[in-house]
Design a protein around this ligand. Structure first.
Ligand SMILES: [Fe+2]
Ligand SMILES: [Fe+2]
Length: 282
């Protein structure tokens, strides 16, 4: 059975900031010649982004009594994330013409839907908005790494695409941060409570989703091939190349923002924190 992802609604009065069809797809090398690991990571990202509708349902339900957040999620965020999925799918299918994307996505989707429940969300809306900032920090920095990898592999179209997606993710971060400030206006949760959420999300974040997606890419692309070294090896290689291009300063700068530290304090800890993070992730 195939499961088609929901499509972005481009008829809305406020359209998407860009459209994936306007990229120079004809410039892309058709089939073969693409780095297999890079395409596998992009394919995994295309699955997670394409399944946004499942996640949106949970989030919209969570913020049902906050019209500003709920309506933006429904009218903008969802469609922008779905467009990321559509564009990354297009790249994957052009790079791997023999890859059965719909079949692989269907098995991922069944797995993902079971795991992605409203229980993942923080019951306190203010703290869930802090968590949203962490998630968008994770995606913005991930696409920054993809952008650098695309440049290194001489993939100009992918570099253009991942730069556009990164900008959207930064914009999502700004929206969630703005909502946090407004929702928290009457009484902001303590810095310690916010720090706990940041630390918890930063370690658990939907890294699970990426691993789940990559598992299905592996099963449909590599598992039955001679010389396959297994899913764990693929995952380890993927983590290693992404780490090699990871923007540590950017993740610290964005990740600490919901703490509203005085500017001087933020600037003072940014460098040492980025250095420590880079060492921890080695
Ligand atoms: Fe996205
Ligand atoms: Fe996003």
């Amino acid at each position: 059975m195939t499961v088609e992802p929901a499509r972005a609604d481009t008829s809305a009065s406020d359209p998407l900031p860009w459209h994936w069809q306007e990229l120079d797809w004809a410039s892309m090398r058709p089939g073969g010649g693409h780095d297999e690991l890079l395409v596998a990571l992009i394919a995994a990202a295309s699955f997670v982004e394409s399944a946004t509708a499942v996640y949106t349902r949970n989030l919209v339900g969570h913020f049902h009594d906050r019209p500003e957040v709920r309506d933006w999620l429904d009218a903008h965020w969802r469609d922008e994330e779905l467009q990321h999925g559509a564009a990354l799918r297009e790249f994957t299918q052009r790079a791997w013409p023999d890859f059965d994307w719909p079949a692989a996505y269907a098995t991922f989707h069944a797995d993902y839907t079971r795991r992605c429940t409203p229980d993942d969300l923080n019951p306190d809306p203010q703290l869930e908005l802090v968590a949203r900032c962490v998630v968008e920090t994770g995606t913005a920095t991930l696409y920054r790494s993809f952008h650098e990898l695309a440049l290194a592999h001489d993939e100009p179209l992918l570099a253009d695409l991942t730069r556009r997606i990164m900008r959207d993710e930064v914009s999502h971060f700004r929206h969630f941060h703005g909502f946090f400030r407004r929702v928290a206006e009457p009484q902001r949760r303590s810095r310690l409570a916010r720090l706990r959420v940041i630390a918890a999300r930063a370690t658990e974040v939907r890294d699970d989703d990426a691993a789940c997606a990559l598992r299905h890419v592996h099963a449909h692309r590599f598992a039955r091939r001679a010389g396959d070294t297994g899913f764990d090896a693929l995952r380890a290689r993927g983590a290693s190349v992404l780490r090699s291009r990871y923007p540590f300063a950017m993740v610290v700068r964005m990740g600490l923002k919901p703490l509203d530290l005085p500017a001087r304090v933020g600037m003072a800890i940014e460098r040492p924190a980025a250095w420590m993070l880079a060492r921890l992730m080695r």
